[in-house]
Design a protein around this ligand. Structure first.
Ligand code: AMP
Length: 266
């Protein structure tokens, strides 16, 4: 469902009325991954790197809300306006709104390019709905990556984060500063502090994560899908860790399938 540069995601960002431009390559086994981790652990950056390596599409529910927020008021549905209010305060958008949005983008989950879900599911209700939908469609997840980092480091990362208003590239005031202060290296767009990266919103987001999203770690552990990754160090170091964990998981799954097939033959 993505363009050859993989950055299209039109059907995901705009909804089912939009079409991605280039047909997917059916010759590869798709990766279908869910990313878990508190806000600020770097899921978005890892999702982009994984997309470049694996080809699977980076599907972020936060990006869908931000894309809707950048449209004019009259183009926003009442449900979307309400959702944007929750987002500004750093609170979770209600499950029913998020689920409607994901369900109407089912084609993105079915796409043979695969997917990297970033920021969804975020509650047990969402995880259960996703499981039912994927089961009913015969779609299996390859892995659930859980990125782990101490709370103090998360706050430092989030409060220093700056995002390009235009291309959404992410910087950090001390760890990854742009060449010219306040200006994006890629497109010269203005770098801004996301509303939900303000200190009062960060506090709410971290509390919400602990209460609503952290229980998903156990949910996916029980399903045998959980892969834990330390989110310390540079994005490249975290990525190298991620890839080696995924490689060993794919070998394990492959070995398990071979073993089961062998058992069935006996
Ligand atoms: P993110 O970019 O993933 O941190 O998402 C930004 C904001 O969008 C969150 O703080 C929530 O307000 C909202 N949001 C994104 N995904 C979800 C979700 N799966 N469930 C509820 N709210 C969400």
């Amino acid at each position: 469902m993505n363009k050859s540069n993989g950055k299209d995601r039109a059907a995901w960002l705009q909804g089912p009325s939009a079409q991605c431009e280039v047909a997917p390559d059916n010759s590869k086994i798709p990766w279908r991954i869910v990313l878990l981790g508190a806000p600020g652990v770097g899921k978005g950056t890892q999702a982009d790197l994984l997309h470049q390596r694996l080809g699977a599409c980076h599907l972020s529910t936060g990006d869908v809300f931000r894309a809707a927020g950048s449209r004019s008021e009259c183009e926003q549905s009442p449900a979307m306006k309400e959702a944007l209010g929750y987002m500004r305060r750093g609170e979770l958008v209600p499950d029913s709104t998020v689920w409607e949005l994901v369900r109407e983008r089912l084609a993105c989950l079915q796409c043979s390019v695969g997917f990297i879900l970033d920021g969804f599911p975020r509650t047990l209700g969402q995880a259960e709905s996703l499981k039912q939908l994927l089961d009913s469609e015969g779609i299996t997840l390859s892995a659930v990556l859980s990125y782990e980092l101490a709370a103090g480091e998360i706050v430092a990362r989030l409060s220093g984060r700056r995002t390009c208003e235009k291309c959404k590239a992410v910087y950090h005031v001390t760890e990854r500063p742009p060449q010219v202060e306040g200006c994006c290296d890629r497109c010269e767009g203005k770098l801004i502090l996301r509303e939900d990266d303000r200190p009062e919103a960060i506090k709410v987001r971290l509390e919400t994560y602990e209460r609503s999203t952290a229980p998903l770690i156990e949910f996916y552990r029980k399903l045998g899908l959980l892969v834990q990754v330390a989110a310390t160090g540079t994005p490249d170091q975290i990525f190298d860790r991620t890839v080696s964990e995924l490689e060993s998981r794919r070998i394990q799954v492959f070995a398990h399938k071979l073993w089961s097939a062998e058992e069935n033959r006996r």
